[in-house]
Design a protein around this ligand. Structure first.
Ligand code: CA
Length: 232
């Protein structure tokens, strides 16, 4: 076993998809483990401790959500859910249930590799002593979490309290998809009488202030039907 290869556990019952993923990963210097069902997946996880898990939600024995919950019970290993286009609801549930990201079938090699790289970065970041970043700084946008200051190309950006909370929540989780539900609960509290509309309005205001072209955002991305993701 080569020591410095990342190991990816693929839990997927569709042979063709599993083979496809394995081929891509092997060609890109990853080590792979394959499980055709949830039980095997769980046992391979505990015996091999892979660095990333790709998890299909529709498995023949136990539900993918159950596999997710079981692993989350004792590990923060990055889990990327593989979902079909029709599984919008499951995708959102999986993210709320602790999945780090999702990838929708059919997907290309480049997207798969990018999602895995992102997941690995999160894993490395999570291992730091102080995982909470003090500053978000990407392409001219700087958010200073301690001083609660936002600047764009060195000019201050004036955000409302809610807008600041929203943008700093996204920035602290840069690269991760945060679901509408998760964001609403984090910002307005679990019992607030809110809906996605209030979130959309605030996002639109933020984009007007941060984005050169709000219709083609550079920093704040919409994952349609799921949530938002900020530039990593
Ligand atoms: Ca399946």
């Amino acid at each position: 076993m080569t020591k410095n290869k990342w190991t990816v556990l693929i839990i997927e019952d569709e042979k063709n998809i599993g083979n496809y993923i394995e081929t891509i990963l092997t060609a890109n210097d990853y080590k792979t483990l394959r499980a055709m069902n949830g039980v095997t997946g769980l046992s391979l996880y505990t015996s091999h401790h892979p660095e990333v898990i790709l998890l299909d939600l529709g498995l023949p024995d136990i539900d993918g959500m159950e596999v997710l919950q079981k692993i989350r019970g004792f590990s923060s290993v990055p889990i990327i859910v593989i979902s079909a286009r029709t599984q919008e609801r499951e995708k959102v549930e999986a993210l709320d249930g602790g999945a780090d990201d999702y990838i929708t079938k059919p997907f290309g090699a480049e997207e798969l590799l990018a999602r895995i790289r992102t997941a690995l970065r999160h894993r490395l970041n999570a291992g730091l002593v102080n995982p909470q970043p003090l500053v978000y700084s990407r392409d001219g946008l700087v958010i200073d979490f301690e001083r609660r200051l936002v600047t764009l190309h060195e000019k201050p950006v004036h955000l409302t309290q809610i807008e600041y909370k929203l943008v700093s929540l996204l920035a602290k989780n840069a690269g991760k998809v945060l679901t509408y539900d998760f964001i609403l609960k984090e910002i307005w509290g679990p019992y607030a009488d809110t809906d996605n509309q209030i979130l959309r309005v605030n996002m639109a205001n933020i984009r007007r202030k941060l984005e050169t072209n709000p219709a083609e955002p550079h920093y704040t991305f919409t994952e349609i039907g799921v949530g938002y993701r900020m530039l990593e």
